[in-house]
Design a protein around this ligand. Structure first.
Ligand code: IMP
Ligand code: MG
Length: 175
C-alpha cells in the first residue's frame, strides 16, 4: 500500500523489534501475576494484539472506547465514553494500551476515573508519544517511540477513520 501523501516514519521491522522489547519488559515486570490489558479502541487494536501475543504472563482483555477527537486533528478537550469496560477492574493488575499520547487530555481524564474502581495496579503502555504536544501531565510507564509533532497514521491510527490498516506508522502530509 503506497500513498503519495504518507511517508514512512516507523517501519514494520522497527515496530516488530520494539514491540518485542516492550513485551519482554512487561513480562518481566508482571512475573507471577495475571495482567488485564485494557485496549483503548480503535487505534490500539493492532498494537494491543501484537504486544499481547508476545507477553508471557497470563493476559485478560477488556475494551474501552473513548473519544476526545471529532473529525479534526485537534483535541476538543472533552472525554466521551463511547464503550464502557465489560467487567469491573477491582483487584486487577491493569495495563492501559494506547496508540498515542498527544495532549495527554484523554489519559489525564481516564486514569483518575479508572483508579476510583480500585485496581490492584494501574499502568499505561503507549506505542507512540508526542511529548512536545503535552498540555495535561500524564505518567507513561511503557513507551514504544517518541515521535515529533506530526500527524501520523497507520498501525491502527487513523485520519477520519482512514489508513488504520497500514502496516507501518507514517506521517500524513496535508498539502
Ligand atoms: P490526547 O488526548 O491528545 O493525548 O490524544 C489521544 C488520542 O488522540 C489518541 O488516542 C489518538 O486517537 C488521537 N491522536 C493524537 N495524535 C494523533 C496522530 O498523530 N494521529 C492519529 N491520531 C492521533
Ligand atoms: Mg483517532
Amino acid at each position: 500500500m503506497d500513498y503519495q501523501n504518507i511517508s514512512v516514519l516507523i517501519s514494520q521491522e522497527e515496530l516488530d523489534n520494539r514491540i518485542d522489547e516492550l513485551a519482554q519488559q512487561i513480562s518481566h515486570d508482571y512475573q507471577g501475576e495475571t495482567l488485564k490489558l485494557i485496549c483503548i479502541l480503535k487505534g490500539s487494536i493492532f498494537f494491543c494484539c501484537e504486544l499481547a501475543k508476545r507477553i508471557t504472563v497470563p493476559v485478560m482483555f477488556d475494551f474501552m472506547q473513548v473519544s476526545s477527537y471529532g473529525k479534526s486533528t485537534e483535541s476538543s478537550g472533552h472525554l466521551i465514553i463511547k464503550k464502557e469496560l465489560d467487567e469491573p477492574i477491582k483487584g486487577d493488575h491493569v495495563l492501559i494500551i494506547e496508540d498515542i499520547v498527544d495532549s495527554g487530555n484523554t489519559l489525564s481524564k481516564l486514569l483518575p476515573m479508572l483508579k476510583e474502581r480500585e485496581p490492584k495496579s494501574l499502568k499505561v503502555c503507549t506505542l507512540l508519544d508526542k511529548p512536545e504536544r503535552r498540555t495535561a501531565p500524564v505518567e507513561v510507564d511503557y513507551n514504544g517511540f517518541c515521535i515529533p509533532d506530526e500527524f501520523v497514521v497507520g498501525f491502527g491510527l487513523d485520519y477520519s477513520q482512514n489508513y488504520r490498516n497500514l502496516p507501518y506508522v507514517g506521517v500524513l502530509h496535508f498539502d
